[in-house]
Design a protein around this ligand. Structure first.
Ligand SMILES: C=CC1=C(C)c2cc3[nH]c(cc4nc(cc5[nH]c(cc1n2)c(C)c5CCC(=O)O)C(CCC(=O)O)=C4C)c(C)c3C=C
Ligand SMILES: [Fe+2]
Ligand SMILES: [Fe+2]
Length: 353
């Protein structure tokens, strides 16, 4: 028996890649950059589920002429030296995760991508392919699954694969709303805040909203948000009356998931609840929706309605326990994949030697 030459067999050991994906954000706090970002984001049929012939004239005629100017001001108010908070925190998360995995002896190429704007999913996947990654774990940084966030990341990865001849093996993390590491990192963050500053009467857990009809259409988002809320409440050792789950960032005229965060803040103030803390479990990184909508606008609304103090508890960002939880999550989903180079003995081989 003679074997034919094998020209396609890789000469170097193949590698494993981890693609972290977040939503994306404008490149600059200017109306032009915000318009480009919103045009890409809001023309995704997974995000606005209105028939294109109806929606596109509204998007281009109304939304993209009115919203960018106001949104640019709101972005400017929270912009960091190195860029948009969402981009800055996502980059720091990717860097910290790469360090954490490498510290554990796992050889994994980590790349960050944004579903809208930069760096694009296709660009970061090409970078992983060039680094020799023949298998890629895709980890969207959304703890709760929704079609408008998680599924559209899967779509974009699929669209990238559709243009490749030699496609890598792919795994997707769908959700981690009940992951013990994620829950423990949040509980740790909130408890540390309370140890330093004291605990208020009410903790609001504010999640990004969705159009209400998405639940009936089968989206598990609402149920996953509620479960995260209950598990986090239990971990904090609080009673159901001390915590409320609300939904923020309503967009458009349709009914969204309720209770809405801002009207609820007004009601609480009117009911004599003078102090509330707000934490946003659905946002792994701080962004305009947390730093501006909650910490600036939400606070204004609450104080104007008679509340005395609203404190926003920062998102997980680059919290060490959270980075550890992400590394655990990634390692669990990469099980069975080689993450040790051929030369170096694997942890398993070392253990059995
Ligand atoms: C965390 C989960 C998110 C879900 C679910 C979600 C759904 C969703 N969002 C919009 C419209 C907008 N969202 C905007 C910002 C924004 N949204 C998320 C996350 C989720 N969105 C994040 C992390 C951010 C922040 C981006 C940043 O640059 O910091 C915006 C832009 C800001 C603004 O103009 O207010 C819009 C618009 C819809 C329609 C939707 C579900 C149908
Ligand atoms: Fe959003
Ligand atoms: Fe918003």
């Amino acid at each position: 028996m003679r074997f034919l030459p094998e020209p396609q067999v890789a000469e170097h050991p193949t590698r494993t890649g981890l693609l972290l994906v977040n939503l994306g954000t404008p490149d600059a706090p200017t109306p032009g950059a915000v318009r480009r970002y919103l045009a890409e984001f809001l023309s995704d049929p997974r995000v606005v589920e209105i028939p294109r012939p109806v929606w596109l004239p509204i998007l281009y005629g109304l939304v993209l002429t009115l919203r960018p100017r106001d949104a640019a001001k709101r972005y400017a108010a929270i912009w960091m030296e190195e860029g948009s908070p969402l981009a800055v925190w996502s980059r720091r998360q990717a860097e910290a995760l790469a360090r954490e995995l490498s510290g554990r002896g796992a050889e994994v190429e980590v790349a960050l991508a944004m579903r809208y704007g930069n760096p694009a999913i296709a660009t970061s996947m090409a970078q992983l392919r060039e680094a020799g990654c023949e298998r890629i774990l895709v980890l969207p940084l959304y703890p709760q699954y929704s079609a408008s966030t998680t599924a559209t990341v899967f779509d974009a990865v699929g669209a990238t694969l559709a243009r490749l001849r030699n496609a890598p093996e792919i795994r997707f993390v769908r959700a981690f709303h009940d992951d013990p590491g994620y829950l423990a990192a949040m509980a740790g963050r909130i408890q540390a805040f309370w140890q330093a500053h004291g605990r208020p009467r009410k903790l609001l857990l504010s999640f990004h909203g969705l159009p209400k009809r998405s639940i009936g259409l089968g989206d598990p988002y609402y149920a996953q948000c509620q479960l995260t809320g209950r598990l986090l409440t239990e971990r904090l050792g609080l009673d159901a009356e001390q915590v409320e789950v609300t939904f923020q960032s309503r967009f458009g005229a349709a009914e969204w998931l309720q209770p809405y965060t801002e009207p609820r803040l007004k009601e609480l103030a009117a009911d004599g609840v003078a102090e509330v803390d707000v934490f946003c479990p659905g946002f792994a990184a701080d962004c305009i929706e947390t730093l501006e909508e909650i910490a600036v606008q939400g606070r204004e609304v609450f104080l104007r309605a008679g509340g005395r103090q609203l404190r926003y508890i920062e998102a997980l960002n680059d919290d060490a326990a959270w980075i550890g939880a992400l590394a655990d999550l990634a390692e669990r989903h990469m099980q069975g994949w080689p993450t040790r180079s051929a030369g170096a003995p694997s942890a398993l081989a070392a253990g059995s030697a």
